[in-house]
Design a protein around this ligand. Sequence first.
Ligand code: COA
Length: 257
Amino acid sequence: MSYQNILVDPQNAITTITINRPKKLNALNKDTIAELHDAFADANDDEDCRVIIITGSGEKAFVAGADISEFADFDVSEGANLARKGQELLFSFVANLETPVIAAVNGFALGGGLELALAAHFRVASDNAKMGLPEVSLGVIPGYGGTQRLPQLVGKGKAMELIMTAGMISADDAKAWGLVNYVVTQEELLPLCEKLAGKIARNSSTAIAAAIRSINANFDKTKNGFETEIEEFGKCFGTEDFEEGTTAFLEKRKPEF
Ligand code: COA
């Protein structure tokens, strides 16, 4: 599929999706969100793809937010629709994807950019990255899941502070807050994400999908997380990967998933 605003690079088991609007600091307009949806859906359906890395092009920005020029004149129902569609198409879609998604945060991750990183399953940042949810400085609030996913990761008090001040935190502070797992130089960012992706790719993708569903259930008020874990655990016993994984262990060889 050909895209205007993103680059998709499938290499062995890892598909890297790069948001490619550097002149607009990779701001998420409607078309980019639609393209990202298609690219994530395709990668998730691709049997060869075991991990997805999402990053931004250039050295300045991961994503500097939703494209402000597109919604500046919206009314109340258009605003609600913008948030609902965005969450459905991209942010909740990514958070609930069966294929693991790593966000390689290579610069500014603001507003919808930080919300996209929050929707990924975990985050790695370059040392120049700056993160924040500045929406209240525009007279609006985060609408792509930021008010929900930020406190899940950093706690209520820090989320309140970051959102209310509309401030930005450094990569090192983001690591101290538990927002990102590692901070490395720009040059080391994709290699580290690829190394982590390689480790993930060696494991059972059906079991990883079950782990994602179970962990996400912990944050879904309509679900009982422990019950979800029991069901997902049980379902693993009916998979080829479970047979291969346990047989390989008993035969003292590496599993081939
Ligand atoms: N939406 C639309 N365009 C954006 C954008 C956004 N969220 N963020 C940056 N851009 C555009 C700028 O308008 C500018 O375009 P232009 O060259 O056509 O004027 C271009 O990207 C470069 O940005 P600029 O502001 O000149 O870069 P800077 O280095 O001076 O500042 C930021 C960088 C990130 C601090 C600044 O761009 C910014 O504050 N962006 C908005 C962040 C935000 O509020 N995001 C939440 C949106 S809900």
